[in-house]
Ligand binder design. Structure first.
Ligand SMILES: NC(=O)c1ccc[n+]([C@@H]2O[C@H](COP(=O)([O-])OP(=O)(O)OC[C@H]3O[C@@H](n4cnc5c(N)ncnc54)[C@H](O)[C@@H]3O)[C@@H](O)[C@H]2O)c1
Length: 331
């Protein structure tokens, strides 16, 4: 029997790499597209038919769709550095809006059965947590604006062309394959890298910010389910268990000490970020069978062990488009 063909954009990143393996193990044929700007080839399963391609090139993306004729598309590729996004507006909108539009165009042209798009909790901005899908969205930064733009564009593409879609709004997903060499995003990854580099763990502000981290493994089955159900629906997905950032830093510090690595917690100037951010997941639990049971300490240890097992990579320095008001620690 012919296998279902699924294109996964961002297949070298955390969610794309993990989900590719999950679908491969469940007998799907996976075509992966990634430009390796934020992910690594080592993350890509050997069974993936891989295209090294920037999605900004509409013609090249079109050729991939024409060759592969996918049934479904999971569009994960993005540059998700929320705090940095005001300083890289062009890059943010090119990567997160125009690239997405190129993928959506191809889904329409090649009659893809459905596209699943990862938006973000960032669309809620400074609303009152726990954020619900029914809340009025109010993104506060260019990253969140880009994600919400694509949510609206998908709605339009459905009404105009009948393109089926579902939207996920994940938050603070962790796991192996996360890019821990990016100083602008993925707080737990940043701390693990700092420990391995014999540096202190840095916290922006007083560390009282609340976030809820979820182990990526709990997202897999619900994401697969979305291929066949709940067209046009939006789902928050992630952990209910929120905690203050400084408490997570203590877990990591203890883990470092247990491993003979000395580190301390260093508080840096606060940056412009949402203080409390976590979501209500009752919709995903009821309709997708989502059940997050993240053991934060265990998930962090798994990431730490993985980080120690791979070659250290260069920390990326992004070219800023705006220098005005740039935080001292990113200069
Ligand atoms: N991980 C989270 O906690 C989280 C939370 C909210 C939303 N999301 C969204 O989920 C998606 C996946 O997140 P992730 O954590 O796996 O991110 P990631 O950075 O680990 O992976 C993204 C991948 O996309 C690739 N990519 C970026 N721009 C590209 C381009 N122009 N062309 C081709 N490939 C490109 C990168 O190289 C990378 O491998 C993203 O859309 C992100 O915005 C993630």
């Amino acid at each position: 029997m012919k296998k279902t063909i699924v294109i996964i954009t961002g297949c070298a990143g955390l969610i794309g790499a993990t989900f590719s393996k999950y679908l491969l193990d469940n007998n799907y044929h996976i075509v992966g597209i990634d430009d390796l700007s934020g992910g690594y080839m080592e993350n890509v399963d050997a069974r993936v038919k891989f295209y090294l391609q920037n999605l900004l090139d509409q013609k090249a993306v079109d050729r991939i769709f024409e060759t592969e004729q996918p049934d479904y598309v999971f569009h994960f590729a993005a540059y998700a550095a929320e705090g940095l996004s005001p300083y890289i507006r062009n890059y943010n909108y090119s990567n997160n809006v125009l690239c997405s539009v190129n993928v959506i165009n191809c889904c329409i042209r090649y009659n893809v059965k459905k596209i699943i798009f990862t938006s973000s909790m960032a669309v809620y901005g400074t609303g009152t947590p726990p954020f619900k899908e029914s809340d009025i969205v109010s993104p506060e930064d260019p990253y969140g604006i880009a994600k919400y733009t694509i949510e609206l564009d998908l709605k339009q593409a459905f009404h105009h062309f009948g393109l089926n879609y579902s939207i996920l709004r994940p938050h603070n997903v962790i796991g192996i394959y996360q890019n821990i060499w990016d100083k602008y995003r993925n707080v737990i990854g940043i701390w693990i890298r700092q420990i391995l580099d014999n540096k202190n763990i840095s916290i922006f502000g007083d560390g009282a910010q609340t976030r809820a981290f979820s182990d990526i493994k709990f997202l897999m089955a619900p994401m697969e389910k979305l291929m066949f159900e709940h067209n046009g629906e939006v789902f928050n997905i992630g952990s209910d268990k929120y905690c203050q950032i400084k408490d997570v830093a203590l877990i990591i510090k203890d883990m470092a000490l247990r491993n003979g690595l000395k580190t301390d917690i260093e508080f840096l100037d606060a940056r412009n970020e949402v203080k409390d951010a976590y979501c209500d997941h009752s919709k995903a639990k009821a309709l997708l069978g989502f059940n997050d049971d993240t053991d934060l300490e265990r998930a962090i240890v798994a990431m730490f062990d993985w980080a120690r097992s791979v070659e250290p990579r260069e920390v990326r320095q992004i070219e800023y488009e705006i220098h005005k008001g740039m935080y001292s620690y990113w200069k």
